[in-house]
Design a protein. Structure first.
Length: 315
DNA sequence: CGATGTCAAGGAATC
DNA sequence: GATTCCTTGACATCG
């Protein structure tokens, strides 16, 4: 089992940048992002981290319909991409990406659909230019419901199947906290074979059928093709402590009680006891874990240390 | 320097 | 059909 983290690095004093985030007026470029990634790879090497999510903003404006001057960044960086990809292979680094929520493959709006295809093709081309293996995937959500979930599901399946090979090969589907829960993504998998990612926090938030983590893991993890290790997204819920003051009905006295409210936001760190229970529950299944926590790499490193203390050694 | 507005991009709820 | 929220961060601008 590998542990990874997404995008930004907090663990080197300040923050290591992960992509060129300047506005278009300042001429941001993939080349700059790749420079940042090289620095991040130094960090991954030092910390012996072997799984990492590259920001989907890595190539600024590359699919922007009105900004053709940004459309050739992959070609312009062919050499740098090959070099960085070579480095990833040498480090035995599992890379992945996560297109943002504006990428809606099943949208009934033609323009939005077209934009989603452009974006997913970019993700495929980018990972191909790095020369990454099939373990490197782009993780998306099911998209919107648009008042008719069956029809929206159908559109997702059709459009997945019609995606250019370069994009489809890399695409995997994750359960989300609002629209497409574990049974929903399992249905989509049955229809078109897309591999699935289990997000444990989303599963907590959107689980009307009350599937246990064990059941969810057993449904989702085996959807990956032979030879490619599945992965999951793991995070703990933010625990927000707030005091509640009310007036006692009989005495009229003010009574303050502490209530710990669970909210479905990412906590700063991962609760190692919870994770250990999940890991035991998932039984003999083998998978990698993307740690999604506010404290990013620091949370991942903390979890790794906590697990080691419990006798669970990660790669 | 700190506060505030803005960013390419969607969906859904509300009116 | 238009408005607002969702929700995230960081750039960019203004005072």
């Amino acid at each position: 089992m590998r542990l990874g983290f997404p995008a930004k690095v907090l663990g080197r004093g300040g923050v290591l940048k992960d992509y060129d985030s300047r506005r278009w007026q300042s001429g941001p470029h993939l080349r700059v992002s790749l420079g940042y990634l090289n620095t991040i790879f130094d960090y991954l090497t030092e910390e012996r981290i072997r799984m990492y999510r590259i920001s989907s903003n890595v190539a600024p404006y590359i699919t922007h319909p009105d900004k053709p001057q940004f459309h050739n960044q992959i070609e312009e960086c062919a050499e740098e991409l090959a070099h960085l990809g070579e480095r990833a292979r040498r480090l035995d680094l599992r890379l992945s990406m996560h297109p943002n929520h504006y990428t809606v493959l099943n949208s009934p709006v033609e323009r939005v659909y077209a934009g989603a295809v452009r974006d997913l093709v970019f993700h495929g081309r980018f990972m191909d230019a790095l020369g990454l293996g099939p373990e490197a995937v782009a993780v998306v959500h099911g998209g919107g419901v648009f008042g008719d979930k069956r029809a929206a599901t159908e559109r997702f399946v059709e459009r997945y199947e019609r995606l250019p090979e370069q994009a489809r090969r890399r695409l995997v589907l994750e359960n989300d906290e609002k629209s497409y829960n574990v049974p929903d993504v399992c249905e989509i998998h049955r229809r078109c074979g897309i591999p699935l990612v289990l997000d444990t926090l989303h599963h907590r938030a959107n689980n009307p059928e009350r599937l246990s983590n064990r059941e969810a893991a057993r449904a989702v993890i085996p959807t990956w093709p032979k030879g490619v290790r599945p992965k999951i997204h793991y995070s703990s819920a933010r625990r927000e402590d707030r005091s509640i003051t009310r007036r006692d009905r009989d005495t009229g006295e003010r009574v303050t009680s502490e209530a710990a409210a669970l909210r479905f936001q990412h906590a700063d760190l991962v609760d190692a006891d919870e994770f250990t229970a999940f890991f035991a529950d998932a039984g003999p299944l083998v998978f990698d874990v993307m740690v999604e926590a506010k404290r990013k790499d620091l949370a991942m490193l903390q979890l790794r240390a906590d697990l080691r203390a419990r006798g669970i050694v990660t790669e």
